[in-house]
Ligand binder design. Structure first.
Ligand code: NDP
Ligand code: 2IT
Length: 445
């Protein structure tokens, strides 16, 4: 494999799809050596077959708002690869959504899902619909209109969507209701469901908890823990909430959260009451984090800035892609940061990752450290198949073990001759080998 040649050919075929090209480039760089040592991969054109999705459905979503005005949004489902299980991955509702973003997310999901040890392929979907300021009735009508198209191509053994940015429990409820009506069946076709109708305990917390469990494993390699650590979290959504909850429980101090409007610095750290308030803020549908500083006067709001300028021991980016660039990475290192655990998907730019690797700090890529969300979705699917509900302690214990196993796989494949663990390389190689070998077993299809 020649990474440059493949990238040139992809750039020509998919011009301007920068997030997708970025995600592919990172994986190819990591796996080049392993790929070239195994000529059977090249003979079966594994890379050429892996970088293109199996198929993409795009559709329009007409819907009517509360004042009777008609709107038209775009909807997508990218079914990327189902070599190790049904397509699996979230739905994102955000005005920035386009095909490049969903292809990057779907591509990453293939390797992430392989790392979970559970049988799930990779997919992603969503819409450029903006949930900001919409009423519950508008969200419901939009979700129903979205499902009217999507239901044709999903199913509990085919493709199992879930939440992502802008899609939480409320949206999954509306989507599920419409699927159920159209398909006339009650199955585990979506994950992140309500607890009364097939959902799993711990799924809402799982991504953030998993990210912290993974960081705990990284810290343990240096005989260190979260106790007494000062932690910067970005975002104030589902993942940020779970991460802040678990860090606080482990004795760490979360001093920042952020939104598209800027970030909050709270020198006293988040506590139970403040974490609860974060949920209220997110549910208010205004998409701004600044009211926190009015509610808790000890905190300061920094408009238009990102939390990476604060002096912290650990950073957990949990908002969105490319939210931490080279300059941010340099500031974190200069301030003594020892560990960065990605809760979001691809929040660090390639240049930022290079800074972390050069400084030899602990750095985990999202496809490893945020895999707890989809892993617990996998556990939800198992409970649905078995028609059982497991207690929270059981789900949490399984999640914790999965994060430990992912950490071990990264160490196995990512440790260099000096003992430094490149978790990016480790995660990419471990995920790739499982998918590539499955593709080989199944022939040219
Ligand atoms: P939420 O919608 O609950 O929260 C997302 C947060 O990020 C919000 O605070 C949101 O604010 C902010 N955000 C979104 N886009 C931007 C932007 N362009 N600039 C600044 N802030 C932004 O989503 P999740 O917490 O579920 O997702 C967060 C990240 O974690 C995403 O990268 C997602 O792909 C990833 N992830 C989620 C999993 C899950 O199970 N939910 C699993 C694994 C990864 P706003 O909406 O106002 O823009
Ligand atoms: O990025 C992700 O892994 C998710 N948004 C969760 C996907 C899932 O199917 O639970």
């Amino acid at each position: 494999m020649n990474v440059k040649e493949i990238m040139n050919s992809l750039e020509a075929k998919h011009p301007g799809e920068k997030e997708y090209l970025q995600a592919v480039h990172e994986v190819l760089e990591s796996i080049e050596e392993v790929y070239n040592e195994n000529p059977q991969y090249e003979a079966a054109k594994i890379i050429e077959r892996l970088v293109e999705p199996d198929r993409i459905l795009t559709f329009k979503i007409p819907w009517v708002d509360d004042s009777g005005v008609v709107h038209v949004n775009l909807g997508y489902r990218v079914q990327f690869n189902n070599s190790i299980g049904p397509y699996k991955g979230g739905l994102r509702f955000h005005p920035s959504v386009n095909l490049s973003i969903l292809k990057f997310l779907g591509f990453e999901q293939i390797f992430k899902n392989a790392l979970t040890t559970l049988p799930m392929g990779g997919g992603k979907g969503g819409s450029d619909f903006d949930p900001k300021g919409k009423s519950d009735a508008e969200i419901m009508r939009f979700a129903q209109a979205f499902m009217l198209e999507l239901w044709h191509i999903i199913g509990p053994e085919t493709d199992v969507p879930a939440g992502d940015i802008g899609v939480g429990g409320r949206e999954i409820g509306f989507l599920y209701g419409m699927y159920k009506k159209l398909a006339r069946e009650h199955t585990g076709v979506l994950t992140g469901k309500g607890l009364n109708w097939g959902g799993s305990l711990v799924r809402p917390e799982a991504t953030g908890f998993g990210n912290v469990y993974f960081a705990q494993e990284m810290l343990a390699t240096k005989n260190d823990t979260f106790k007494g650590k000062v932690v910067a979290v970005s975002g104030f959504g589902n993942v940020a909430w779970g991460a802040a909850t678990k860090v606080t429980e482990l004795g760490g101090k979360v001093v920042t959260i952020s939104g598209p409007d800027g970030y909050i610095y709270d020198p006293e750290g988040l506590d139970e009451e403040k974490i609860e308030y974060m949920l209220e803020l997110r549910a208010s549908n205004n998409d701004i984090v600044s009211p926190y500083a009015e509610e808790f006067p000890e905190a300061t709001f920094f408009a238009g800035k990102k939390p990476w300028e604060q002096k912290v021991d650990i950073a957990l980016p949990c908002a969105t892609q490319n939210e931490l660039n080279e300059e941010d990475a340099k500031k974190l290192i200069a301030n003594g940061c020892i560990c960065v655990g990605e809760g979001a998907n691809m929040p660090s730019t390639e240049e930022a990752i290079a800074v972390f690797h050069a400084a030899k700090i602990l750095f985990s890529p999202g496809k490893a450290s945020n895999a707890g969300g989809v892993a617990t979705s996998g556990l939800e699917m198992t409970q649905n198949s078995n028609k059982l509900n497991w207690p929270a302690t059981e789900v949490d214990a399984k999640l914790h073990q999965i994060m430990k196993d992912i950490h071990a796989a990264c160490v196995k494949h990512g440790t260099d001759s000096e003992g430094y663990v490149d978790y990016v390389k480790g995660a990419n190689i471990a995920g790739f080998l499982k998918v590539a070998d499955s593709m080989l077993d199944q022939g040219i299809i």
